[in-house]
Design a protein around this ligand. Structure first.
Ligand code: MTE
Length: 315
């Protein structure tokens, strides 16, 4: 497996002046209304260039990209439907701009913030990268986003913040799946603070050189490359810094099947299936499966986070 570290990245891929000047436009791009496909004050040609100018982030992998069609047409988004083909159709009604995020708990800066302001703050706009990793359900997506830590640090978490909890929008008018009892709503996920601050955890606001489609979690979704896909919470509206471990939706619904940590681990089977091998999205029953790697191939970066834990019990 090829993992690019910062030092492996050719200087041509590291920020140049033009890219720097384009950052503001990239922010606008991240916030563009996907339905209209518009970036304010930016032509289509310019928009294409902005996206192609985004540098490759650390730890991106040189892997074959899954087709955009597969990634944007086969989705898990229970707020819309448990059927994987419907979120693409039903999520069209979700309005993602303007978007507010409420920050609560063990942090110095709490309150309601506009996503646009969060993205403009500090040097976040200088930290927009391309990320490419195997998702654990399993696909390779050319994401565009920024390290989660860069966003969280804006709120100055206190020393009591041991965990961070994320919540998805709760609006059953727009999200018809929330009228059912499939999961407890709103969808909640969480990370331990050191996992959240690890440079591998990131927030995606775009993919395939465009803004994030609604069905993939617009306007912002989490991606934690060494964990199973259900940790990647979509359409985040709340961030809460906590002293104690949060109750996450999947863990609440089936604790014996979905642990809080959910680290990709071929040695710990799901109660109903083995997790030793996986078939990439877009394949068919004849496509050979690949061996699942511990921590999805990122052991070097993250295994030390779990040195003191028995991962067969804290799965
Ligand atoms: N986030 C929300 N809010 N609701 C969901 O149902 N499903 C999760 C995760 N994030 C989900 C969610 C699961 S189970 C997976 S596998 C991934 O999103 C799927 O992401 P994708 O549709 O972009 O491939």
């Amino acid at each position: 497996m090829i993992i690019k570290t910062q030092s492996d990245i050719p200087s041509s891929e590291i920020t140049n002046v033009e890219v720097f000047k384009n950052r503001r436009k990239i922010i606008k791009a991240a916030l563009a209304t996907p339905v209209l496909g518009l970036i304010p004050n930016v032509s289509k040609a310019e928009e294409k260039k902005i996206f192609t100018d985004i540098p490759v982030g650390p730890y991106s992998q040189a892997l074959e990209t899954t087709d955009f069609e597969d990634v944007s047409s086969y989705n898990n988004y229970y707020e819309f439907s448990t059927d994987k083909e419907y979120p693409k159709i039903l999520a069209k009604n979700l309005i993602t701009n303007p978007w507010n995020i409420t920050v609560e708990g063990e942090a110095e800066k709490t309150g309601v913030f506009q996503l646009e302001d969060i993205l403009k703050k500090n040097s976040l706009e200088e930290r927009i990268y391309r990320f490419r990793c195997v998702e654990a359900w399993a696909m390779v997506v050319p994401w565009i986003g920024f390290p989660l830590a860069e966003m969280l640090q804006q709120f100055k978490p206190t020393s009591k913040a041991k965990f961070v909890e994320f919540t998805t929008l709760h609006d059953s008018e727009v999200m018809p799946g929330q009228q059912t009892k499939t999961l407890q709503w709103p969808y909640i996920e969480g990370l331990r603070i050191d996992e959240a601050m690890n440079p591998l955890s990131f927030i995606a606001t775009g993919m395939y050189d465009d803004v994030l489609p609604n069905q993939n979690g617009a306007p912002l979704r989490l991606v934690v490359p060494w964990k199973y896909g259900f940790k990647s919470i979509k359409a985040i509206v709340k961030i809460r810094f906590l002293e104690t471990i949060p109750a996450s939706s999947w863990n609440l619904s089936a604790p014996s099947e979905y642990g809080f940590y959910a680290n990709v681990n071929p040695n710990v089977p799901h109660p109903r299936w083995s997790q030793k091998r996986e078939r990439m999205l877009g394949g068919n029953i004849f496509t050979p499966k690949r061996d699942t790697e511990i921590f999805n191939g990122y052991a070097e970066q993250v295994a030390s986070l779990y040195n003191d834990m028995d991962l067969t019990k804290e799965f």
